[in-house]
Design a protein around this ligand. Structure first.
Ligand code: SAM
Length: 174
């Protein structure tokens, strides 16, 4: 099971990025995202997308995201530009059968997260974005299989088209 934890959410300023962390986690194969309680706007948007476009995917909130890091029973991968290159740790990560917690930050991440993490993982050692880092990380973790994911309980489905947009109710999509 893969859980993504969003640390350091600043209400207002980070709403869009936090929403995109959740949507990217869902689209690229994670099972669940955990947000802080004050990211309720992002939680509602991600839940709404899951209701419309399908799951399985769970959105949870906690009033103490840092405690999830310290109490998590499983392997923790913290995404940071200061970590080891993803291409050098992806085999070890894939070999893990434990539940995996993937931690992404917003503002400065406290040092105890670096300390507790089993893997501090860099997607390049250049500064960029938690959304981009998460996308590349999940794609490496699942080795591209997440692109073929089947969705359940969707009420609509996009039919791929060379040009234009086609969305159909799921009952008509098969
Ligand atoms: N300046 C902050 C710090 O030093 O912790 C990080 C700010 S950055 C905009 C927000 C998040 O994006 C980071 O906490 C990290 O999870 C992710 N991130 C940014 N660049 C990354 C990279 N090269 N590799 C992996 N994750 C990255």
């Amino acid at each position: 099971e893969v859980t993504v934890l969003r640390l350091g959410h600043r209400p207002g300023r980070d709403d869009r990025m936090t929403t995109h962390v959740g949507l990217t986690a869902r689209a690229l194969g994670a099972d669940r995202v955990v947000l802080s309680t004050d990211a309720s706007h992002s939680r509602d948007t991600i839940t709404d997308i899951t209701d419309r476009f399908g799951g399985p995917f769970t959105v949870e909130t906690t009033d103490n995201p840092k405690r999830l890091v310290s109490s998590f029973e499983g392997t923790i991968a913290h995404l940071t530009m200061y970590g080891l290159p993803v291409q050098s740790v992806e085999d070890d990560l894939r070999a893990t059968t434990d539940p995996l917690l993937v931690v992404v930050g917003a503002e400065k991440v406290p040092f105890d997260v670096y300390d507790r993490a089993d893997f501090n993982v860099a997607v390049t050692n250049q500064p960029h974005s938690e959304v981009a880092g998460l996308a590349v990380f999940l794609d490496r973790l699942f080795d591209g299989r997440e692109l073929e994911q089947e969705w359940t309980d969707a009420d609509r489905r996009v039919i791929p088209k060379e040009t234009g947009k086609k969305v159909v109710p799921t009952s008509d999509a098969e």
